[in-house]
Design a protein around this ligand. Sequence first.
Ligand code: BGC
Length: 299
Amino acid sequence: MDGDPKRLSRSATPTAPVAPALPAAGRLPRREYHEVLRGQPALVTGANSGIGRAVAMGLARAGADVAVNYVTHPEAADEVAHEIEAMGRKAITLKADVSEEADVERMYARAIAHFGTLHIAVSNAGLQRDHPFDEMTLEAWNTVIGVNLTGQFLCTRAATREFKRRGVVSSVSQAAGKIICMSSVHQLIPWAGHANYAASKGGVAMMMKSIAQELAPHFIRVNSIAPGAIRTPINTSAWETPEAYADLMTLVPYKRIGEPEDVAQAAVWLASDASDYVTGATLYVDGGMTLYPGFTTGG
Ligand code: BGC
């Protein structure tokens, strides 16, 4: 074992089938996705790190101009914007706390003024404040619900107003707009010590389906991505040591941690017309974490 979890072998037994090589990090299959999102500006919240950053870059690589939201670390947002511009796309960085209605309204107004309109809204910003349940403060509860659930409500509502106002532009997309909610496997899997987080993602699941039902007649598609364990700063302790990584792998049938680019590729597909008949769906990007790995034997 060389200490780099990325390079841990996928199986303990050398005779097991060898999985095909992963695509190089950050590279989307260009033949399929190149430019499919051209002319479709996107706003991605929490786009200065982790999954949000990868999604912003993935959408740009697929042709979209991107509004890069952040709340802290403006320099990281600037770096994402520069990388997007280096791809020949337009980018704008926008500071907003997604749990604050005035911030969200201002951010959407600025993005729409800057790009002329928006076609893709990725509500990704999220955080964890983990505590044993009886030690969880109301503040820890409210902070997580505020960003992860209310934030998605506020951003999705602002996007919906613009999509309804503008309607379908058939030269650009078959849909009037695409909303992608970043959920989690914990919209399904209960998570001790994380009641606030799991409740927020359970809320995202039902909000997403309810608005998907309501907005389908307006040709607005609403879907979620439910990532499992993805290598980002939110869960460093789950993968940074070989011991933690080995523990994590007992929960992942596919025997590797997810990379932010795995989620980005799902987001590009959900944002594109390739998924035009998909709405109200949750796409689990989790290496099988939701397949009850504890039942691989026995039961
Ligand atoms: C959480 C991570 C966790 C993963 C799988 C995600 O939603 O943010 O901290 O590693 O779920 O449990």
